[in-house]
Ligand binder design. Structure first.
Ligand code: ZN
Length: 175
């Protein structure tokens, strides 16, 4: 899940409907520039993407994955990735956890939701219960491990939304 790719405005040259050139213009009644097809007049909207993950808990520990891909290769994150069409947010969290950590979880309550407007993303994390210890790195992970709070590699956490989520998580647990 190469989320947080370098921030760039969504760009489009050709119409996905008919293949003609598109132009950036503000459609009548709208307030922002959109890619509008010069031939079929289709308006192609670009909206933020959802990145969904979970915090898998086992006793006092949580499961983190060491990223095998850029950006932030070698840094740690809970299992998370882009939501797919046709799935719910909790299904996305379950699927990403299986793909990246080969781990089975029961998804619990929604825990955090953070807007990341500079890359047009929304990051969502659920709490989750790890069902067994039969986990292993998936194709996008170098390593998967359980951490106590004192062992969390804070300096090697992949993204700020994750360190924010984990700080709130441990603050909540103390209460
Ligand atoms: Zn078109």
């Amino acid at each position: 899940y190469p989320f947080l790719a370098p921030a760039a405005p969504a760009s489009m040259n050709f119409c996905p409907n008919c293949g003609a050139l598109v132009s950036l213009k503000i459609p009548a009644g709208d307030s922002l520039p959109r890619h509008v097809c010069d031939a079929c007049n289709a308006i192609h909207y670009s909206n933020p993407k959802m990145v969904i993950g979970c915090i898998p808990e086992w006793e006092s520990k949580i499961l983190l994955c060491k990223r095998a891909i850029e950006p932030r290769h070698g840094c740690w994150t809970p299992p998370a990735g882009f939501m797919e069409n046709g799935e719910t947010t909790s299904e996305a969290a379950l699927r990403e956890t299986l793909e990246e950590a080969r781990a089975r979880v029961e998804i619990g309550d929604l825990f955090s939701m953070l807007s990341v407007p500079h890359v047009n993303q929304v990051h969502v994390f659920y709490r989750a219960r790890l069902l067994d210890l039969d986990f292993a790195p998936g194709a996008e992970s170098l390593e998967v491990a359980l951490f106590d709070e004192a062992e969390i590699p804070w300096k090697e956490i992949a993204f700020r939304t994750i360190s924010t989520t984990l700080r709130h998580y441990y603050a909540d647990r103390k209460q």
